[in-house]
Design a binder for this molecule. Structure first.
Ligand SMILES: [Zn+2]
Length: 407
C-alpha cells in the first residue's frame, strides 16, 4: 500500500532548512527542485509509482516541484561530447528497393541531383500500379536519359479487393502482362492480409489459396515479391503509458492496430505459412518483417525460409539502438538483407548511412515520435555494406540494371 512517507511536519521542517541554506535574499533555484523538501510516496517493491510521480530512491516516488513538460515539448539536449561523423553520401552505390517515388518530367532533374549527392544509384518505385498506369510509368522512364536509375514493381490487380474464386488466375495473368511491360517485381501492400475484404465479406488472409497462382507466376517469371505484413508490434498493444510508440499512435489514428480484430501474431503466422507453401517464390519481407526489435526472431524467420530476404525500411530506430547485436546479425546474414528506406526524404538517408557505416554514439534520430532514444553506429565492414547496398538486390531482383557496379 502507498502511504505518505514524510509527515507534513517533517516536510515543513526540511523546507525551512532549505530556505535557511539559501540565505535571506536567496531566490529559490528552479533547477534544484525536487529531492529535499519534496513529498515522497513510498511504494512496495515492484510496484509502479503513482501517476504524476517518479522513482527517486528504491521504493520512493516523488512529484516534481514544477509542472512537468509534456513528452511533446520535452527536448533535452545531450551534453555528451564525442566525435561526430555524419555521412552525407553512402560509401558505395545504393539500390533503394523500397521507395514510392518515381520520376516525372517536373522532378527528374532534381531527383537525379539528389540521388547523385546521396549515392543512390537506383530508386525502385513499389507503387507502380498495374495495367496501363504501370506501362506508362515504365515508358516514361525509358524515354529519359536516366533509364538505368529507376525501376518499378507492379501492384496486385485491383489492390486485391473483392477477391472471389478465379481472382488468382486473372491477377496472375495481369502480373505477367505487367512484367512484360517492364515491372521487375511485385509489391504487396500492408492492407492486403490485414484489412482487405474478400467478396464474401471476410478478411483476405495473405495465405489464402486463391492467391497461389500469383506467387507461382512470380516464381516462374523470376521476379521477387516484396510483402509488407502487419505493423510494428507496439501498434497492436494497448495505448497506455507503457507503449513506446505512444506519441506516434496518438498522432496517427490509422496506426492504431490494437483497434482491429486481427493480431500481430495471426498476421505473422499467415505470412510465414505463405513463405513455406511457396518455396520457389522469392519473398522480400519489408521492414524486417517487423522483427527488428527481436533479432532472434528475425534469425529464425530467415533460417526457416531460405526463399526469404529482409529489407530494412523504417526500422532504423531498432537497429540503431542495438548496434552490437545488429552488427553481428548483419554480418551473419549478410546475403539476406536489402537496403530500403520507404519515405523518400533526401535529408533522412544520411541517418541510415551513419548508423550502418560509422561507430558514432548516441546521436539523434530524425523523428521524435518514432523513438524516444538515440542511435548508435554499427560499423559494418565494406563487404557487408556492398551486399546490403546493392549486391543482394542485384541477385534478388534480376530486372535491376546489372552493369556498372563496383566489384
Ligand atoms: Zn512502403
Amino acid at each position: 500500500m502507498r502511504h505518505i512517507l514524510l509527515s507534513s511536519i517533517a516536510a515543513g521542517l526540511l523546507a525551512a532548512v532549505a530556505v535557511a541554506q539559501q540565505g535571506p535574499a536567496g531566490p529559490a533555484n528552479p533547477a534544484r527542485g525536487g529531492g529535499r523538501g519534496g513529498r515522497g510516496v513510498e511504494i512496495p517493491r515492484g510496484e509502479e509509482c503513482p501517476a504524476g510521480t517518479t522513482l527517486v530512491r528504491v521504493g520512493t516516488c516523488q512529484a516534481p516541484e514544477f509542472p512537468p513538460p509534456s513528452i511533446v515539448d520535452y527536448r533535452p539536449e545531450s551534453s555528451l561530447v564525442v566525435e561526430q561523423h555524419p555521412v552525407p553520401r553512402a560509401k558505395f552505390p545504393v539500390v533503394d528497393i523500397h521507395s514510392h517515388t518515381g520520376p516525372t518530367p517536373a522532378t527528374i532533374a532534381s531527383l537525379i541531383a539528389q540521388m547523385d549527392g546521396l549515392n543512390i544509384r537506383v530508386l525502385n518505385n513499389l507503387s507502380g500500379g498495374s495495367g496501363d498506369a504501370l506501362a506508362q510509368r515504365v515508358k516514361y522512364i525509358k524515354s529519359t536519359p536516366h533509364a538505368n536509375r529507376f525501376t518499378v514493381f507492379a501492384n496486385g490487380l485491383n489492390q486485391f479487393r473483392s477477391v472471389a474464386p478465379g481472382y488468382g488466375r486473372t491477377a496472375a495473368a495481369q502480373l505477367e502482362a505487367d512484367v512484360k511491360n517492364g515491372a521487375v517485381g511485385l509489391k504487396i501492400f500492408k492492407e492486403t492480409g490485414m484489412d482487405t475484404k474478400k467478396a464474401d465479406g471476410t478478411r483476405l488472409a495473405i495465405n489464402d489459396p486463391e492467391l497461389s497462382p500469383i506467387w507461382e507466376t512470380a516464381a516462374r517469371l523470376n521476379i521477387p515479391v516484396i510483402i509488407h505484413t502487419a505493423e510494428p508490434p507496439e501498434f497492436f498493444e494497448p495505448l497506455d503509458m507503457h507503449n513506446e510508440r505512444w506519441l506516434e499512435l496518438a498522432l496517427f489514428n490509422n496506426r492504431r492496430r490494437y483497434l482491429i480484430p486481427v493480431s500481430f501474431e495471426t498476421l505473422a503466422t499467415e505470412r510465414d505459412d505463405l513463405f513455406k507453401k511457396h518455396p520457389k517464390t522469392r519473398f522480400i519481407s519489408a521492414h524486417f518483417g517487423w522483427h527488428a526489435n527481436d533479432l532472434g526472431r528475425a534469425a529464425r524467420l530467415l533460417d526457416a525460409h531460405p526463399n526469404v530476404v529482409l529489407e530494412l525500411a523504417a526500422i532504423l530506430y531498432d537497429i540503431g539502438r542495438q548496434p552490437r547485436a545488429a552488427h553481428d546479425f548483419f554480418v551473419k546474414y549478410q546475403d539476406r538483407i536489402l537496403f530500403g528506406k520507404d519515405t523518400y526524404a533526401p535529408e533522412e538517408f544520411p541517418y541510415y548511412w551513419r548508423v550502418l557505416e560509422t561507430r558514432d554514439e548516441y546521436f539523434d534520430y530524425y523523428r521524435d515520435y518514432h523513438a524516444f532514444w538515440k542511435l548508435y553506429g554499427m560499423d559494418l565492414p565494406d563487404e557487408v555494406l556492398k551486399k546490403l547496398y546493392y549486391k543482394n538486390a542485384l541477385r534478388v531482383v534480376p530486372g535491376l540494371p546489372q552493369t556498372g557496379w563496383p566489384k
